[in-house]
Design a protein around this ligand. Structure first.
Ligand code: FE2
Length: 288
């Protein structure tokens, strides 16, 4: 079952493991997630972030510093890769001229101007992926796609997921970037996006999302979980910045300011409340 040679394994972890993505400069969401990890008894050594620590929110430097202080594992997102080199844009993969592209011209310079040299240096040292052995499964943590850091991969795109999994050299891929939590199984492999903690999931609720990898008998359990946090305070912190008002509203309404990046199925689900899910995978499945 194991898809990566042992020499490529960076971490060996015993469940539970907490995985999350997209803090997006939302310090209050990050603080709430850390408290949740403490409640669950999960140490920083068993927490992995899929990147985009910095993006839309009001506190880019504070959030980056808080992630470092926590000491969890972090895979570089496109935002970290770009900020590390003081690049001119976020390289999010938005279509030129789209609403997302226009909005990124607001938040990216805001974040870039506030990131310290220390944070920039930390971002430059982040790995592009991490491979963990969890139970007997090889779990590869990436940012967007296996083939491109800024590839958007959504649940409805079964063909894209299958293609990406073919390149993964792992049983399970944990990915971020797309901002919506989902778990999709294709054959014996699993694509697990634990969602983003820094922005709601366009489901009409202000909650954000993280993921857990637990164990039961000889199986691993992959779960998506809601995160409640002080979204009103996070929105208030953004309202003073002109670029950010659309994102501030999204923190409260739970609806994204633009649906540009969404495939038709996810677009049609706008405002429909998402449900937490758990998918069970045999931890010692037979070799294909
Ligand atoms: Fe990203």
């Amino acid at each position: 079952m194991r898809q990566a040679p042992l020499s490529k394994i960076d971490l060996v972890l015993r469940p539970p493991v907490l995985v999350y993505g997209g803090p997006y400069s939302n310090l209050r969401a990050l603080t709430a997630l850390r408290e949740r990890a403490d409640e669950l008894g999960i140490p920083a050594s068993h927490v992995i972030c899929t990147g985009d620590v910095v993006a839309y929110g009001a506190e880019p430097e504070e959030t980056a510093a808080a992630v470092r202080a926590w000491g969890c594992h972090v895979v570089a997102g496109n935002c970290e890769a770009q900020l590390a080199t003081a690049a001119e844009d976020c390289a999010c993969g938005f279509e030129q001229g789209s609403e997302c592209d226009r909005l990124a011209k607001g938040w990216y310079p805001f974040a870039k101007a506030r990131i310290s040299a220390e944070s920039r240096s930390w971002m430059g040292g982040l790995p592009g992926s991490l491979t963990a052995l969890i139970g007997d499964l090889c779990v590869r943590v990436i940012h967007g796609g296996v083939t491109a850091i800024n590839r958007f991969v959504f649940a409805s795109q079964r063909g894209v997921i299958a293609e990406e999994l073919e390149h993964a050299q792992a049983d399970v891929v944990v990915a971020g970037h797309a901002g919506l939590a989902f778990i999709e199984r294709i054959g014996n492999r699993v694509w697990f996006n634990p969602g983003a903690i820094g922005m709601p999931a366009n489901d009409g609720t202000p909650d954000t999302w993280y993921g857990l990898i637990g164990a039961e008998d000889n199986s691993l359990l992959f779960s998506t979980r809601r995160l409640h946090y002080d979204h009103q305070a996070a929105a208030a912190a953004m309202m003073g910045h002109a670029y950010a008002n659309g994102y501030a509203r999204a923190l409260v309404t739970g609806l994204w300011p633009s649906l540009d990046v969404l495939p038709p199925a996810e677009r049609a689900a706008t405002g429909q409340r998402l449900h937490e899910r758990t998918v069970r995978v045999l931890a010692a499945a037979p070799t294909r």
